[in-house]
Design a protein around this ligand. Sequence first.
Ligand SMILES: [Zn+2]
Length: 355
Amino acid sequence: MKRLFFIFLMFPLMLSSKVVGDTRLVIITIDGLRWQEVFMGIDESLMANTKEVRDVDQLRRMYWRHTPVDRRKSLMPFVWNTIATQGTLIGNRTLGSVMQVANKTNISFPGYSEMMTGFVDDAITSNDPVANPHRNVLEAANEDLRYKGNVVMYGSWKSTRYAIHNEEAHIPASVSYEKNIAKSQTSVLEMVDKMLAGMPRYWRSEHFDAFTYAYALETIKADHPKVIWISFGDCDEWAHARKYDLYLDAANATDTFIQDIYETCEADKFYKGKTTYLITCDHGRGDGAEWGSHGSSIKGSEATWLMLLGKGIEPKGETLNNGPFLTKQVAATIAHILDIEFTPDDGAPLQPIGM
Ligand SMILES: [Zn+2]
């Protein structure tokens, strides 16, 4: 009798936690944006390099201020006015908060792979656009009844989709000059499709982030996906090209995109108060003259960072003396936020970050 009572008591609880799950998640990745600019703003020594900056005076007016706190705020105002006061930030190494990739390559695809699959496969060492053989956390979300058919991805760079693409996973994704994948077509989406098709392909396997932003924002408005991964890439491209001014402009624009996505969601009753925002990067970059590069031989390019905002996130602001957290823990963090079952292919226990 006692046991029967227990079963009756537990069943509705289990059912409700599985079926009524009400979380929405917006994942935003910014490829190769250094923790140095995120947490300290423009770098004075790089700013003065006239080979890598077209108009030093203009750049100074836009982003230079007398303290690192004011500099970072002028570069990424939404991060420092809103996320820093209402969310949690990890990765300011000057405060002893450390996050880094677990893979040894410090390049993009292995970074996205560990972020989404929750572990490091040492055989994944290139950026080639080939299917990831491992199970990923967004695939697990898409198999859960609460999120099924409500998981989508938009990315600027071609290879990003393969972090979540294997023979089993069928998550709708649009990357690198592909058309939108919204279920509800709108005049805005049709126009963005035409504009992207008409853009000169400055980078061969990556379109400008403004298109990724426009697709994601309009898909959020039209389709209300419960889980969306928005993957930006301009910062990494301009850094490789050693255009420090354009790299900073891209960081600044990305901040505006994030603000617009956040404000659009929070003004919509489908998302308002029910949405967690997770923002991170795939790798860091070198210091000083090596700022443009990253990879196994570039010191410091293992450094990453993470911001969390919204539902379930405490307003801790910048955190101190913690870590090292690992980018592969992002998968566990996503599973925790969505309250889904997920086991990485290496079978290791999940360790969510910052919860
Ligand atoms: Zn890169």
